[in-house]
Design a protein around this ligand. Structure first.
Ligand code: SF4
Length: 249
């Protein structure tokens, strides 16, 4: 809708016919702008997707790993783009990558550019394009405490800022610096561990449970009939699932 408004407001109701004009529209990035310009308007625009990158990396035997190699691969694709029928060229290279120069086991024997392919000549086509190794996610450890008494469980809301911000959780320690000590002295028993993966780290949480008879230093008592486990974030629901069986046993 934003794009349609921009066409009316900024382009007199005419859809831009050039790559540069298309790039001014909301929601249209370099790939789409190039594809429309080349295929619909026969502009000498170069379309680069994952298939094209793979073909270029092999054709020219580019050893630089992705994503660092992206500008180099785009430049190579541009040098091959013809002045005429750029749209046909774009579709041909994308099709080549999708059907013949596939990620695993490229069918070099039937490839129309196999005599020019440097990776094939060197026998390294299956190794290209290279990719930067992803950094291993760190593992953090923490503890949550499920305090209970007389049909109520002790829960607390996380700080608004940070991981699981503002969500209802079991009181936990500082795996991310936002926790604290056990909510009360009690005969804490370890019930097990849960594992959960966040975007930047793996978390292993020890789940402790105990009846709390005295005052709690943090959290609020929630009667079981008002407590809905579905309100907990996934990692806390995993912890609750371990503890619940024990509480109901
Ligand atoms: S010869 Fe093989 S590796 Fe080279 S472009 Fe063709 S299919 Fe890809």
């Amino acid at each position: 809708l934003k794009c349609a408004r921009a066409v009316v407001a900024d382009h007199g109701g005419q859809f831009p016919a050039t790559r540069a004009g298309l790039l001014t529209l909301p929601g249209i990035g370099p790939y789409t702008a190039s594809a429309i310009a080349a295929i619909a308007h026969d502009e000498r625009a170069t379309v680069v997707d994952g298939n094209v990158e793979r073909v270029m990396a092999r054709l020219y035997r580019v050893e630089t790993p992705l994503p660092t190699a992206k500008p180099e691969l785009t430049a190579l694709a541009e040098t091959l783009t013809p002045a005429q029928r750029a749209g046909d060229y774009a579709q041909a290279v994308m099709d080549l990558g999708a059907t013949i120069c596939t990620p695993r086991k490229p069918a070099c024997g039937i490839c129309p550019v196999n005599t020019a392919c440097l990776a094939r000549l060197a026998g390294v086509q299956a190794d290209l394009p290279r990719k930067l190794q992803k950094a291993e996610k760190p593992v953090r450890r923490g503890t949550v405490w499920l305090g209970h008494r007389d049909g109520a469980v002790l829960l607390e809301r996380r700080p608004e800022r940070g991981l699981l911000g503002g969500m209802l959780c079991l009181p936990g320690d500082g795996w991310d610096g936002a926790g604290g000590p056990a909510p009360a002295p009690a005969d804490w028993q370890k019930l097990g561990e849960v594992r959960h993966t966040f975007t930047h780290f793996h978390l292993i949480l020890a789940v402790m449970a105990a009846r709390i008879d005295g005052p709690a230093s943090r959290g609020e008592w929630v009667p079981r009939h008002r407590f809905r486990p579905a309100d907990l974030p996934t990692v806390m629901r995993k912890a609750w699932d371990i503890a619940r069986d024990r509480l109901e046993a």
